[in-house]
Design a binder for this molecule. Structure first.
Ligand code: 3H9
Length: 688
């Protein structure tokens, strides 16, 4: 029997077990084994029913994404699914872990689905810029109806077993730990009942009522317009579900196939697939082997209970780790803990956690007023005011308090970690753990290694990230590390071109049309003009707005004016401040610029800075820079991040534009050596 499976017959029931670590993806060997196993079961008269089950941590996690874009090897997934579905013997899919994408589509061609309560089933292809392409868009609506199918496939969120049972996505629950036995018992019952076999594809009862109901689909598109913006896959999913409702099964399948191919060949999907692997690649560090020993982290201390410290603490509380939260005054401590409680209660109100979980998490906090309380914790994260003198003082004190073997981490977002480490007698234990605001939400964790940080400490921080549901990106020390450093170039250019003619709204529109949720001026108004660039020494438009008490959305408007409902309109006051400032600097108004010009002006310097970050060895690989920008700055994932995007634009084009900008605006635009080299050699940043 194929290389990744086993075949057993127990009392007239064939048990096909697939074992292809890590996640039983439906790659060539798995498809071949399935094909052979089902043919054998079909031809063996001793077999009356079939149970399909997986070994290891999960049922099939979907098609093998690493095979996409490579030459196809038969048997193809659809053919295997057809063999299973058209067989004359009942097939029971026995599900544990996650049955995802092609994995759940495989379960849908089985005649019955049974799962343990901890299992999840779903069609998350949308996150890869795809639609379920092995019949999922046609079969799921036939079980749950078009409306629920749209929600499940457009969100891509896996459905827990109990809910899946209620929806009809599975037929029965097995006892946890007894999946095999319960699936066999289920098969026996099916045989005993002797009902004729029913196939999902033949069902019409859930889709027929929506025939001709265009409102259902129009409403869905309208309601989800914001989350679907820029992505291609969601709109294709809606079209495929429409086909499931309106067309006979085989025609719907043909429609699904055509849409799948379009998506598969799109840049958007290539970008999202690349991001999937990029996020999993970040933990690989050339000089820190995977076998490096890690330090157990059972307790955490967080210094500072402000917005950042509180958000950081929540990550650990969510993961069940006790946190000692330190502030300098009772008032600040109470305020910080109050904010954490309010955050949790809001989450509970939305039904995402229970009130009991709120209390459990709150009970993990130990409030404290002095650093002495941190003597026994395994990891301390400092989140105090961003000033070198203050950080050094805190670390020097910590050095005298923390137990030997404790990791001392700083949440600094710009400062020199090596200087901070030098304030202690144990720099090898000092590391940067840079969270992005809101720290309990944003998935990026920049781990900053100092010159002396030990491999064990690095490996521990990288491993800990997964435990608290973050994606770690390793950076070496430089001003702003990876994400802030490269993205600062975008802000600088926004501030520069607004003096040359384009208005804040034109610039913001170019950037939001590119795919960012907000443009740089909208963002500054939201955060507060008095908060950003607080330490600026030079005169700036922003500074002039602040002098007029225009602080942004919160007070008197900023770059925009706002009405009661915070709806933004172009601001004549801001326009005249910008014009005055430009005049004082002797910058001529050269008129409007095209969206393409604006995007190039703001984002090519980000690419250029990314190239420098790579060249200097600050980031390990270009895809780490992409992950940092996507997860830290909401860079649109369907462009793949700045470096992947640069490859799609073409590096010679970017170099030529940067040279042109350098000629007009100065050396800051001069293309990095690495960028020039890759452009000249026909190379790229992210392609193999
Ligand atoms: C699809 O099915 C298309 C069909 O509709 C149509 C076809 C015609 N392929 O995430 P982890 C690797 S599209 C290849 O760290 P976890 C992953 O790279 C697919 N490799 O584990 C990693 O490798 P490494 C639809 C895959 O426990 C290792 O497995 N399915 C695949 O945190 C462990 O992964 C999906 O989108 C794959 N499909 O989470 C599901 N999946 O160790 C994608 C994983 O070398 N997968 N790998 O870095 C997941 O969401 C998570 O992996 C899962 C496990 C929840 C399953």
């Amino acid at each position: 029997m194929g290389s990744v499976g086993s075949f057993a017959i127990e009392d007239s029931i064939a048990i096909i077990t697939i074992d292809s670590p890590p996640v039983n993806a439906l790659g060539f060997a798995v498809r071949q084994t399935l094909d052979e196993s089902f043919r054998r079961a079909a031809s063996d008269d001793a077999v009356k029913a079939i149970v399909l089950i997986c070994a290891g941590r999960t049922f099939f996690a979907g098609a093998d994404i690493s095979e996409f874009g490579k030459p196809k090897q038969d048997p193809d997934l659809l053919a295997v699914l057809d063999t299973i579905e058209s067989g004359a013997k009942p097939v029971i899919a026995a599900i544990h872990g996650t049955a995802l994408g092609g994995g759940y589509e495989l379960a849908l061609v089985c005649h019955y689905r049974i799962a343990v309560p901890s299992a999840k089933v779903g069609l998350p292809e949308v996150h890869l810029g795809l639609l379920p392409g092995a019949g999922g868009t046609q079969r799921l609506p036939r079980i749950v109806g078009a409306a629920a199918a749209l929600d499940i496939m457009v969100s891509g969120t896996p459905v827990p077993a109990k809910k899946a049972l209620a929806l009809g996505m599975i037929d029965a629950l097995a006892e946890e730990g007894r999946l095999r036995e319960d699936a066999i018992a289920f098969a026996r019952k099916v045989l005993a009942d002797g009902q004729p076999l029913s196939r999902v594809r033949d069902r019409q009862d859930k889709v027929d009522p929506d025939k001709g109901n265009t409102t259902l689909f129009d409403d869905f598109r309208r309601k989800n317009a914001r989350v679907m913006r820029g992505f291609r896959a969601p709109a294709s999913i809606v079209q495929a579900v429409e086909a499931a409702v309106e067309l006979p099964f085989h025609q719907g399948m043909a429609r699904e196939r055509a849409l799948f191919h379009e998506l598969h060949d799109s840049i958007e999907s290539a970008a999202q697939r690349s991001t999937f692997f990029a996020e999993r690649q970040t933990v690989r560090i050339p000089d820190v082997p995977a076998s490096t020993e890690t330090i157990p982290i059972r307790t955490v201390g967080v210094i500072g209970a402000g917005t950042m410290g509180g958000g950081i603490a929540m990550n650990f509380l969510n993961a069940g780790l006790p946190v000692t939260l330190v502030e300098t005054s009772q008032e600040a401590l109470d305020r910080g803990i109050g904010v954490i409680r309010r955050n949790y209660e809001n989450t509970a109100k939305k039904g995402r956690i229970t009130q009991e979980q709120v209390e459990q998490r709150m009970a993990l906090i130990t409030p404290a007023l002095g650093l002495e309380a941190l003597a026994q914790v395994d990891l301390v994260i400092e989140a105090v005011f961003e000033q070198m003198a203050i950080k050094k003082e805190v670390f020097a004190k910590l050095d005298g308090i923390a137990k030997p073997g404790a990791i001392l981490a700083s949440n600094t977002s710009y400062l020199d970690l090596d200087q901070i480490a030098a304030a202690t007698s144990r720099p090898e234990w000092v590391i940067g753990m840079h969270f992005f605001s809101p720290a309990n939400v944003m998935r990026l964790l920049e781990v900053v290694r100092g010159q002396k940080t030990s491999n064990e400490v690095i490996a521990t921080a990288m491993g800990l990230a997964k435990k608290i549901a973050k994606v770690p990106v390793l950076s070496r020390v430089c001003h702003g590390f990876i994400a802030n450093r490269v993205m600062t170039r975008r802000g600088e250019q926004a501030n520069a071109i607004v003096l040359e003619g384009p208005t804040p709204q034109e610039i913001d529109k170019a950037i939001t049309d590119y795919g960012f949720a907000m443009g740089p001026f909208q963002m500054m108004d939201l955060v507060g003009l008095d908060v950003i660039g607080r330490d600026d020494t030079e005169r700036s438009v922003r500074g002039d707005l602040v002098k007029l008490d225009r602080l942004g959305q919160k007070k008197n408007g900023g770059y925009y004016d706002y009405d009661e409902a915070r709806k933004a309109t172009p601001s004549p006051v801001a326009a005249s401040i910008i014009a005055d400032f430009a005049q004082s600097k002797g910058i001529a108004d050269t008129g409007p610029q095209s969206a393409e010009e604006i995007v190039a002006r703001l984002l090519y310097p980000v690419v250029n800075e990314g190239a420098k970050v790579l060249e200097e060895g600050i980031a390990i690989r270009a895809s780490d820079i992409d992950v940092a920008c996507i997860l830290g700055y909401n860079w649109p994932v369907y462009t793949g991040g700045p470096m992947f995007w640069a490859d799609t634009v073409g590096l010679p084009k970017i170099v030529a534009k940067l040279e042109e900008l350098a000629a007009h605006h100065g050396e800051a635009f001069r293309p990095a050596k690495l960028l020039k080299e890759r452009a000249a050699s026909g190379g790229s940043f992210t392609r193999a």
